[in-house]
Design a protein around this ligand. Structure first.
Ligand code: FAD
Ligand code: SIN
Length: 546
């Protein structure tokens, strides 16, 4: 066990964490903690691109209005204006870091793609592997920076606040002093003590059985922030991506919305198009509408999937425009230049998160949050396609400017931070039960807290997940730490928090649709859903009957 002191502790090595780290490193020492290899992140799998105003026929106002229309009244206009207005400068900076985006033929102008909910072509992309292009270049730059140390295979367990230090908290605010971190290769838990802790642990797609997200996306940052006393908001707004490959071995591989932006259409098993029945924008309606339309078609027909027809793109253009999707489908013996792609929706993006201001500051002093883990107010009740890389980029930059400016005035974390206490814990032999718990949570969330919800389904999910949560907490107290146990505890926490937020919103809006309240109710619910208590203190969790 060691104590490592640094100025800036960055939890997560996706676009948010790396952007912040590269900027903070000019002002002090930076440690980046990341669960697996540094590249493994949601960022690395982003396909479609980053939305930003570069087109001649486009304006900031149009991008702002499209974002607000998608968010159904819950976006903070100021946050949206900041993101949209600062976007082009930040994207140009990515090219300075080495990212090569697709250009129009024989020109230096970005080839802009189209996606659902956008009124103009504005998706900057690197073919269909935009995220990997960004991630590789940010990591390369970070690795060459002598002020940045990257700790791979290190899993953040819990934020350190007055509570762990045993300090009496006389001020009203909680302070963050760093994090307990589990080195999974050496089975050791270290104290990373930092003046500023930057939470950039990404999303929570793994809470659902079917998700586009990689295995790292277990909502750890949301759960840690909740345990540290930070305010969270709007977790009911989990975005389901309408089109992921339906194949028993493909684990929800994404078929980018850019494919529909280029002309692909959805068809049922009879080969009929159906989107015209649901929205006049058809395949390019916002995601909540397309995902619900597919869900309705599947419920009506009893079929397992619908189909994407890429023939309008032109067979010879497909491999060149969408090489990743083309090759991945070929691995599953589907030639998308000739055949339809079977698709289903899957959990994709968490629109809510840890409440953060426009410089990333959360309700816990010296704890910042940016990227998918954060709630800035940009997305409202439904994120517009390709706005999340942009949000992460813009707000991480702003967080770096503000927090590096004040770093000299922040006190060193206390000497008295205790090492991790694992006294009384034992290696357990019940790991198979934990695996079952993880699967059960994911299935409950998929079945009862998915695209279409109801009071009955939410109640059922709550009762069952609550029981699992209580068992896991009990097990956690007695058992030596493993990464699987940390993740399971976080998954159970986040699942309960999502159910809690969904139960509080007694209306339908954006991504939250419930059959008991199928309409929006602006009089009572044109507002965010806040979680201010730790999950174990919520009456909702403690009282088995409510
Ligand atoms: P991430 O990139 O997910 O990074 C999180 C980091 O935190 C990872 O390094 C992870 O290992 C680490 N971490 C997590 N928990 C811990 C822990 N306990 N300890 C240590 N480290 C931890 N958005 C767009 O705008 N355009 C797109 O085209 C697009 N396509 C997408 C395609 C797919 C398949 C997916 C999954 C998402 C897509 N998104 C897209 C969403 C977007 O990629 C993410 O919202 C964004 O990349 C999030 O960035 P981030 O830095 O916040 O988190
Ligand atoms: C996609 O390529 O369809 C994903 C875009 C996004 O999530 O914004």
């Amino acid at each position: 066990m060691a104590r490592i002191d640094i100025d800036f502790l960055v939890l997560g090595s996706g676009i948010a964490g790396l952007t912040y780290a590269l900027k903070a490193a000019k002002f002090g020492s930076v440690a980046i903690i990341t669960k697996k290899k540094d590249i493994e992140s949601n960022t690395n799998y982003a396909q479609g691109g980053i939305a930003s105003v570069f087109g001649k026929d486009d304006t900031f106002d149009l991008h702002v209005e499209d974002t607000l229309a998608s968010g159904k009244g819950l976006n903070k206009r100021e946050a949206v204006e900041i993101m949209v207005g600062e976007g082009p400068e930040r994207i140009n900076e990515l090219t300075d870091f080495g990212a090569q985006f697709t250009l129009q033929q024989n020109s230096k102008i970005f080839d802009l793609g189209m996606e659902g909910g956008h009124s103009r072509k504005r998706i900057v992309h690197a073919k269909d592997y935009t995220g990997n292009e960004i991630e590789r270049n940010l990591i390369k730059t970070a690795r060459n920076n002598h002020n940045i140390e990257i700790y791979e295979n290190h899993c953040a367990i819990d934020l350190i606040t007055e509570h762990q230090v045993g300090q009496k908290n006389f001020s009203k605010s909680t302070h963050c002093y760093g994090c307990y971190v589990f080195d999974t290769l050496h089975d050791e838990i270290h104290v990373f003590a930092a003046k500023v802790t930057f939470l950039a642990t990404g999303g929570a797609g793994q809470v659902y059985l079917h998700t586009t997200n990689p295995g790292i996306a277990t909502g750890d940052g949301l759960a840690m922030a909740n345990r540290a006393g930070a305010v969270l908001a709007n977790l009911e707004f989990m975005q389901f991506h309408p089109t992921t490959l339906y194949h028993p071995d493909a684990s929800s591989f994404l078929i980018s919305e850019a494919v529909r932006g280029a002309g692909a259409v959805l068809r049922d098993e009879m080969g009929e198009q159906f989107m015209q029945k649901y929205d006049k924008r058809e395949e390019l309606a916002p995601r909540d509408i397309v995902a619900r339309a597919i869900d309705a078609e599947l419920k009506k027909s009893g079929n397992e999937c619908v189909y994407l027809d890429l023939s309008p793109i032109g067979a010879k253009n497909i491999p060149q425009k969408f090489p990743q999707i083309y090759n991945k489908c070929l691995e599953y013996k589907i030639d998308i230049t000739k055949e339809l792609i079977p698709v289903v929706p899957a959990a994709h993006y968490m629109c809510g998160g840890v409440v953060a201001d426009y410089s990333g500051q959360t309700s816990v002093v010296n704890l910042l949050a940016c990227g998918e883990v954060a709630h800035t107010g940009v997305h409202g009740a439904n994120r517009l396609a390709s706005n999340s890389l942009l949000e992460a980029l813009v707000f991480s930059h702003r967080a770096a400017i503000v927090s590096t400016g004040s770093i000299k005035s922040i006190a060193q974390p206390p000497d008295a931070i205790p090492p991790w206490d694992d006294s009384g814990t034992l290696n357990a032999d019940e790991w198979v039960l934990l695996r079952h718990d993880r699967q059960e949570i994911r299935k409950l969330m998929w079945d009862y807290v998915g695209i279409v919800r109801s009071n009955f389904r939410l109640g059922r999910a709550k009762r069952r997940i609550k029981m699992i949560f209580q068992e896991v907490e009990e097990f956690y107290r007695k058992t030596t730490i493993t990464e699987g146990l940390v993740e399971l505890r976080n998954l159970a926490t986040v699942a309960l928090l999502i159910v809690r937020c969904a139960s509080m919103r007694k209306e339908s809006r954006g991504l939250h649709f419930t059959t008991d309240y199928p309409l929006s109710d602006d009089t009572h619910y044109l507002r965010d859903t806040f979680i201010q208590q730790k999950v174990q203190d919520l009456n909702f969790v403690m009282n088995i009957n409510n």
